[in-house]
Design a protein around this ligand. Structure first.
Ligand SMILES: Nc1ncnc2c1ncn2[C@@H]1O[C@H](COP(=O)(O)OP(=O)(O)OP(=O)(O)O)[C@@H](O)[C@H]1O
Ligand SMILES: [Mg+2]
Length: 225
C-alpha cells in the first residue's frame, strides 16, 4: 500500500503520523519504505536521529525524493516494498501532487483550529483533481492534536465529516507530550520508555484503521466518494 501523509497546512502532524506508522508497520515485520518528499527533510532528520539511538531497531528504509521523482522512483520501487509511506510538506507542491498520482491512500491530519480546517476546501479540490489521473486514490481526514476538552474537536469533526472528497476517520490523536517527546528521540510513541498508554492506543487505532484495507474501502464507499 502506498500512503501519503499530506495536506496543505504546516504543522498538522504529517511527519508525526508518517514516522509513527513507518516504525510500527516495519516493527510488525513488513518491508517499509519511508519517503521524505518534504524539502524540510524532517522525516530524514527523524531517521538519522533514530539511527544514532542505541537499542532502537531501524527496520524501515528511508529515502528522500523531490518533485516528479516522487512518482518515477516510487513506481520503480513499489514492488520491492510491502508498504511505502510518503511524508510531504505542508503546501500544494509538485512532490505531493506526484505522490498523489500513484498513492492508494492520502491521510490528512487536521488540528481542530479554524485556520487548519479552512484548508479543507482546497485539499478537497486537490483530491478531486488528482482523482482524474488516479481514480483509486482514497483520502481520509482525522483530528490530530485534539483538545482534552471543549467544543473545538466536535466542531472541526462536523466540518470534516461534511466533506465528500475526504472520508472522515472518527478517531483522533490527542495533543500529548508523548508525540513530541518520541519524535525528539527518533522513536514512535510505542517505543518510549515512559509510555503514554493513551498516545499508544490512539496511534494503534489509527494504524489498525489504515492497514485494514477493507475498512478503508468500506468507509470510503460509505462517504460516497
Ligand atoms: N498529537 C500531537 N501531540 C503533541 N504534539 C504533536 C502532535 N502531533 C504533532 N505534534 C508536534 O507538533 C509539531 C508539528 O508536527 P509535525 O512535524 O508532525 O507536523 P507536520 O505537518 O509534519 O509539519 P510540517 O508542515 O512543518 O512538515 C511537532 O513539534 C510535533 O512533535
Ligand atoms: Mg513534516
Amino acid at each position: 500500500m502506498i500512503i501519503i501523509a499530506g495536506g496543505i497546512k504546516g504543522g498538522s502532524g504529517k511527519t508525526t503520523v508518517a514516522t509513527n506508522l513507518a516504525v510500527i508497520r516495519a516493527g510488525q515485520g513488513n518491508d517499509v519504505l519511508l519517503v521524505d518528499a518534504d524539502d524540510q527533510e524532517t522525516a530524514t532528520d527523524f531517521t538519522n536521529l533514530r539511527n544514532e539511538q542505541d537499542g532502537v531497531a531501524n527496520r524501515y528504509t528511508s529515502i528522500k525524493l523531490t518533485g516528479a521523482a516522487v512518482r518515477t522512483e516510487i513506481l520503480k520501487l513499489r514492488t520491492k516494498y510491502q508498504d511505502i509511506i510518503i511524508d510531504t510538506g505542508g503546501r500544494d507542491t509538485t512532490s505531493q501532487r506526484a505522490a498523489m498520482t500513484i498513492a492508494d491512500v492520502l491521510l490528512v491530519p487536521f488540528v481542530p483550529r479554524s485556520f487548519d480546517v479552512w484548508t479543507l476546501e482546497k485539499v478537497s479540490a486537490l483530491v478531486e483533481e488528482m482523482r482524474t489521473v488516479n481514480p483509486k486514490l482514497q483520502a481520509c481526514s482525522f483530528l490530530n492534536r485534539a483538545d482534552p476538552r471543549g467544543q473545538d474537536n466536535a466542531d472541526a469533526g462536523e466540518v470534516l465529516r461534511d466533506c465528500s472528497a475526504l472520508s472522515f476517520i472518527d478517531l483522533q490523536l490527542g495533543a500529548r507530550k508523548a508525540f513530541s517527546n518520541a519524535a525528539a528521540q527518533g522513536m514512535s510513541v510505542t517505543e518510549l520508555r515512559h509510555a503514554d498508554p493513551k498516545a499508544i492506543s490512539e496511534i494503534l487505532l489509527l494504524y489498525k484503521y489504515i492497514f485494514d484495507t477493507e475498512n478503508i474501502s468500506e468507509r470510503y464507499q460509505q462517504a460516497g466518494a
